[in-house]
Design a binder for this molecule. Structure first.
Ligand SMILES: Cc1ncc(COP(=O)(O)O)c(C=O)c1O
Length: 439
């Protein structure tokens, strides 16, 4: 008998999941190690998505496990307001060594969604502090994902995530997304086509009045919206336009941070410096929830010096800089360095690219996209509607002990940075076999 047959599945409401389907056919994970999960029925499943783009150091890394175990026994919690503890400062210094020069001020949250809210609120507070309180608008991008809180959903551009939740934040506009399979299907890395789409920002600003805009927020590489890699020159152009109009640029690097693109941040890889970087996931390799925002020193200085009250920013979380999360973060950054995991991601990138692009030619595959260790396989509708094919391919892979992720009409693949060539090959093979079997 499968252990799950004794488990009451009624009470837990799963996030972003087809609950009724899941409860009819539950998939339960019971332990993990390195690149593998173990399921409740004893299968070893190769994790092709690093949990949820987050276990960048692999599962249950012993060094991070030990750091967490030691910390929780030594200092379980330190009061976060008016008090702190040394590891919060130590981790902030370590993060600032990885961010582009000048983004040295670190504010902690617990999730990517909270990092996004923090960044948006600080953008408003910064402009207000400079006497530009009229700058209240934000510009996001179609297909962007910035978490699930009201600010993040407002600037986000994934329709189902928005449509049941009312009017959201006022004064938000969206750039067009940059995916057009007619011009860029099966591009490897950054597409040649699409730079002109950055100029849409000028058009939006003219319509909105640039002096009323606080910030532009984008994922340097769109993650959840389908691994959409920025066209060559696109991020540079967005930066130029923001500079011209004194608008802050926020890179949401919750996925792209901590080695996913073979560098500490996408900002480093693309050599485009935003004013703020939101991060989470790989910060602790997901062992303990934690997020952060790195701010340009000028933003911090303005708020410190411009404040009329002793508390300079009325914002924060009970668990900002939680000691156990900080211990996990420090150990995780040690592991990345000691084991050369960002370098391994760079080494694996061409192997990953070739393996994913070998899926081209399979039934109903209309695009494959990749950069670093993130990739997508996009289906078109033919014999089977694409949105039905994607979950079927996912299930077939899972039945064959490989975990990928589906969303709408595409699959995403994003292994941990410890991945080896044979594991990459196995993921790509499982997808090819699955498409052949179910389409
Ligand atoms: C770019 C981006 N921003 C924000 C979030 C939200 O993070 P969380 O789910 O930790 O709130 C995510 C989650 O995947 C993300 O990919």
């Amino acid at each position: 008998m499968k252990p799950q047959e004794n488990l009451n599945l009624d009470n837990y409401w799963l996030p972003f999941t087809a609950n009724k389907n899941f409860k009819a056919n539950p998939r339960l994970l019971t332990s993990a190690n390195g690149m593998y999960y173990k399921t409740d029925d004893g299968k070893d499943v190769l994790d092709g998505i690093a949990g949820l783009w987050c276990t960048n150091a692999g599962h249950c890394h012993p060094k991070i496990v030990a750091a967490v175990q030691n910390q929780v026994a030594e200092l379980d919690y330190a009061t976060a307001f008016n008090m702190s503890h040394p590891k919060a400062f130590e981790l902030a210094e370590r993060i600032s060594a990885l961010t582009p020069d000048g983004l040295d001020r670190i504010f902690y949250g617990n999730s990517g969604s909270e990092a996004v809210e923090t960044a948006l609120k600080v953008a408003l507070a910064y402009h207000a502090s400079k006497g530009e309180g009229q700058r209240t608008k934000f510009i996001g991008r179609e297909k962007g994902y910035h978490g699930v809180n009201f600010g993040g959903v407002s600037v986000g551009g994934i329709t189902p995530n928005r449509k049941s939740f009312g009017p959201l934040l006022p004064g938000v506009d969206h750039l067009p997304h940059t995916w057009d399979p007619n011009h860029m299907a099966f591009s490897k890395g950054q597409p040649e086509w699409g730079l002109h789409l950055a100029d849409e920002l000028e058009k939006i600003l003219m319509l909105q009045d640039p002096s009323t805009v606080a910030a532009v927020i984008i994922e340097p590489v769109v993650g959840s919206g389908g691994v959409i890699v920025p066209p060559k020159g696109y991020l540079e152009r967005i930066r130029e336009i923001c500079d011209k109009h004194h608008i802050l640029l926020i890179f949401d690097e919750v996925i792209t941070g901590f080695g996913r693109l073979g560098d500490a941040f996408a900002a480093n890889r693309f050599k485009v410096k935003p004013d703020m970087i939101t991060m989470a996931k790989g910060l602790t390799s997901a062992m303990i929830p934690m997020s952060a925002v790195a701010f340009d020193n000028s933003i911090y200085d303005q708020l410190m010096e411009g404040s009329e009250t002793p508390i300079e920013l009325f914002h924060g979380y009970t668990y900002s800089g939680h000691p156990v999360a900080c211990a996990a973060g420090i150990a995780t950054l040690d592991v990345y360095e000691e084991e050369g995991l960002f370098e391994n991601a760079q080494k694996m990138e061409p192997i990953f690219e070739e393996a994913l692009h070998s899926i081209k030619g399979s039934n109903q595959v209309i695009d494959v996209r990749n950069i670093g260790l993130m990739g997508a396989v996009h289906f078109g509708s033919d014999k089977i509607p694409a949105t039905e094919l994607a979950p079927k391919v996912f299930q077939h892979c899972y039945d064959n002990d490989v975990l990928v992720r589906f969303s709408a009409d595409y699959l995403v693949i994003s292994p941990s940075l410890i991945v080896e060539p044979s594991q990459i090959e196995r993921i790509a093979e499982a997808i090819k076999v699955a498409i052949k079997s179910v389409s």
